[in-house]
Design a protein around this ligand. Structure first.
Ligand SMILES: Nc1ncnc2c1ncn2[C@@H]1O[C@H](COP(=O)(O)OP(=O)(O)O)[C@@H](O)[C@H]1O
Ligand SMILES: [Mg+2]
Length: 407
């Protein structure tokens, strides 16, 4: 999926560079210094949605040399390539970290992203991502293991998520060109084989985890953090399909005090960007809510937000295709279901999830729900899992009930 927008030069314009222990005096914008600044400007809310009031604790990340990362990835060999996005290539490798058990000899599996050389702007993206990931902590955000900033090279080292991205599972039945798995790689093996379609309960779990991460960014830290790039390829999946949002390079600290929005150059990925933000450059947390609605619709339908290869031009944009069904969701929700689900989903829950998606996609940002509302609604959907054993007996009745159910 191509990015339709270019680099934004000043996404954290108010953060001055400060020297940081361990960074060379010549490194003017070190991730450490920005993490320190970011953690000072962000606070956990004391309203029960976060972990108490006070500054968000900034953490340090390991600093690697280019030689270390090059050696670990066999010189950034194609055989270690996990994928390539708009900002760089991602390689899989193992690194020996200080907390690894020396005796069993196991090193830690990591994903190394080598950012394209984008000059000052690329460097800015790198610093923002490091600062955000060193500052924010949530089980549904990817962990930053470390970074490398040497000469023109900018690399980020993340925890390795063995199941890859949601994009790989929702849309790609084809095997990925992965290296032969090493002993102990566990479920990585399944990434190199054609994957079965995601089950309904797994889809709901992924939606739930992603909504919790956004709720954290919007409501547990103050000022809110606007993620800006929600899409399936940025939702990484752990062994048990726990979703983790990655790529915080476009994240932006949101409005503070009485301000309702921040004005910014439009950034994001085509198909996921809220129309109000795309038209005006006014960014609010509701821009993320819109993107979440698109991803929810992708999870329900198994269709991409934008598919340039769709034969029928009316089916290229998911929202164009889905509009008639969402307009009369009570009657038409069944048409939205991904055929790959083979009818194996609770109908009432599908209806409810379609209603949540439709609310998130409201043209007027003020009328979109908050991520707390969304998380609560998905909690409710998750409380009605698909249970194959009782399915045939209950399906007819559930279908009947769905006709009259309310959100
Ligand atoms: N931490 C990670 N663990 C495992 N795979 C990853 C990780 N980060 C990225 N990937 C893989 O690399 C691909 C490219 O990632 P990225 O450069 O962020 O581009 P994009 O998000 O546009 O796909 C992802 O789609 C995913 O399959
Ligand atoms: Mg990504």
């Amino acid at each position: 999926m191509p990015r339709c927008f270019s680099w934004a030069a000043h996404r954290l314009p108010s953060l001055p560079c400060v020297p940081c222990a361990g960074d060379a005096p010549s490194s003017p914008c070190s991730p450490c210094s920005h993490a320190a600044q970011t953690s000072m400007s962000l606070r956990h809310r004391g309203d029960g949605s976060g972990s108490g009031s006070g500054s968000v604790a900034g953490r340090t990340a390991r600093k690697f040399t280019l030689e270390q990362l090059s050696a670990a990835t066999d010189g950034f060999a194609a055989s270690n390539l996990l994928g390539q996005g708009g900002f760089g290539r991602v390689y899989r490798c193992h690194l020996r970290l200080e907390d690894d058990d020396e005796e069993d000899g196991a090193a830690t599996a990591v994903a190394v992203k080598q950012l394209c050389r984008g000059g000052a702007q690329g460097s800015h993206e790198f610093v923002v991502e490091c600062a955000m990931l060193m500052t924010l902590r949530h089980p549904n955000l990817v962990g930053l293991v470390g970074y490398c900033a040497q000469a023109q090279e900018r690399l980020l080292v993340y925890e390795f998520l063995p199941r890859g991205s949601l994009d790989d599972h929702l849309f790609l039945p084809l095997p990925l060109p992965l290296p032969a798995p090493a002993p102990g790689d566990g479920d990585l093996i399944s990434r190199s084989r054609p994957r079965p379609p995601l089950e309904w309960n797994t889809r709901v779990g992924i939606a739930h985890g992603a909504s919790r991460a956004l709720r954290y960014l919007h409501e547990a830290v103050s000022p809110p953090v606007i993620y800006r790039d929600l899409k399936p390829s940025n939702i990484l999946l752990a062994d048990d399909f726990t979703p983790k949002l990655s790529d915080l390079g476009l994240a932006r600290i949101g409005p503070a005090g009485d301000d309702t929005h921040v004005s910014t150059r439009v950034m994001g990925t085509f198909g996921y960007c809220a129309p109000d933000y795309a038209l005006t450059g006014r960014l609010t947390v509701k821009s993320d809510v819109y993107s979440f609605g698109v991803v929810l619709l992708e999870l329900i339908t198994g269709r991409r937000a934008f598919d340039p290869d769709a034969g029928d031009p009316d089916e290229r944009r998911l929202l164009d295709w889905a509009r008639p069904y969402l307009a009369d969701v009570r009657k038409m929700y069944g048409r939205l279901a991904d055929p790959a689900l083979r009818g194996r989903f609770p109908r009432r829950a599908l209806y409810q999830l379609a209603v949540v998606a439709s609310l998130c996609l409201h043209d007027r940002p003020n009328l979109r729900p908050t991520m707390s509302d969304v998380t609560r609604a998905i909690d409710h959907v998750a409380s009605q899992p698909w249970q194959p054993a009782s399915a045939s007996a209950g399906a007819g009745a559930a279908h009947h009930r769905a006709k009259s159910c309310q959100m």
